[in-house]
Design a protein around this ligand. Structure first.
Ligand code: SF4
Ligand code: SF4
Length: 365
């Protein structure tokens, strides 16, 4: 019976909205990358940069963000060295409390890149591969183990004074530039690891996100609390299984009522693939809801993410307390032992920016 079957209307617009959101955030990240490179390169060359340091680069400092989160949770205020790192971590968590793990499928640039690489694989090779279950399941647990390690290292194994000392340390104050140099002057090992990840993402869709990303593990677990879920209307389902075939997380959507699987990224590819109007939709917990339109759900995720960042901006917790003069001086000597990782060949976790005579004051404390 073909009543309610809708093969064309809305299909393109459904997938376009999420892709537009991904493109929007992808372009912002690209702009941040270019601007930060110009800024850092000028300082490394001893010149005055023509552009300001974009605070958004701190989105690539997740360890610093986890430490700041702990400090904030225990009432220590928002640490001023990388406040945008905390803002972005919280925005990722909050947006994934709306739609499970939606940060991965809508905002994260690595998720977008991973999806594009999977597309390259399908174009060049005609397909991507699924790992057998016996390998897939243990590999999936790797990201939770990595998350557990980082939480243990930053929340359990470290005393609070040591954590504050790390956040104030010379290393953390230039961690963004250290990261740039790490990728700009990669070791053979770094290149090999990146190469393996790229090839894996071409061959296996979402290889990084599915198996290794601790950020994805965190927002996936938080997504368990999200009120919205993909829900299937069994009464109108024609059991064509297009949803299950489209699902990058290998979830048997055709057999689910509400998708509760922790691997669901809220991408709505299943919704876009379903030929029956409103059979699959993002729905709240109440029975009988008609559900959010896919485009609206994607925009809601983007809106919540941006709202959290705006909150940080409006309350003055966006720009780093490391000013241009301090950054210039520190970057000039970034190769010295003072900027080694504290406790890993660098200075012990007690030296602070204050020792070097720079303003370290945290207005929140
Ligand atoms: S296709 Fe559907 S079930 Fe699969 S990850 Fe995306 S939203 Fe979740
Ligand atoms: S929910 Fe899945 S199986 Fe049912 S009609 Fe839609 S695509 Fe086909």
């Amino acid at each position: 019976m073909l009543v309610g079957v809708d093969v064309s209307s809305g299909y393109l617009s459904r997938i376009r909205t999420r892709h537009l959101v991904q493109g929007f955030f992808g372009l912002i990240v690209l702009a941040i990358g270019v601007q930060f490179s110009l800024w850092a390169t000028a300082h490394l060359g001893g010149r005055l940069p023509a552009v300001a340091r974009p605070a958004g680069v701190e989105g690539f400092l997740p360890i610093s963000a986890l430490m700041s989160l702990r400090l904030w949770v225990v009432g220590g205020g928002i640490h001023p060295v990388h406040p945008a790192a905390l803002a972005i971590l919280l925005a990722a968590c909050v947006s994934s409390l709306v739609l499970p793990r939606a940060f991965c499928s809508h905002v994260c640039p690595v998720g977008t890149l991973s999806e594009l690489l999977g597309g390259v694989g399908r174009t060049l090779l005609g397909r991507t591969w699924l790992l057998p279950r016996w390998l897939d399941i243990p590999l999936r647990s790797l990201k939770y183990l990595l998350l557990a390690f980082f939480v243990w290292a930053t929340w359990l194994a470290m005393e609070l004074p040591a954590l504050e000392a790390f956040l104030d340390s010379p290393y953390n104050r230039v961690a963004d530039v250290k990261m740039l140099l790490f990728f700009a002057e990669p070791s053979r090992l770094t290149l090999s690891v990146l190469g393996v990840l790229v090839v894996a993402s071409v061959l296996v869709r979402d290889a990084w996100c599915r198996y290794l990303c601790p950020y994805g593990a965190l927002v996936g677990l938080l997504g368990r609390l999200a009120p919205l879920r993909i829900e299937r209307n069994a009464a109108t389902c024609i059991d064509c299984r297009a949803c299950t075939r489209a699902c990058p997380a290998r979830i048997a959507v055709h057999a689910a009522g509400r998708v509760e699987n922790v691997e669901c990224s809220g991408c709505q590819d299943c919704v876009a693939a379903c030929p029956v109007t409103r059979c699959l939709a993002v729905r709240g917990p109440r029975r009988g809801e008609s559900g959010l339109r896919p485009g609206l759900a994607a925009l809601a995720v983007a809106g919540v993410f941006l709202a959290v960042l705006t909150g940080f901006r409006l309350t003055g917790h966006w720009r780093s307390s490391v000013g241009e003069a301090e950054a210039a001086a520190r970057i000039q000597s970034i190769g010295s032992a003072e900027y080694g990782h504290p406790g890993a060949g660098g200075p012990p976790v007690s030296g602070t920016g204050a020792r070097a005579g720079w303003a370290v004051g945290n207005p929140d404390r």
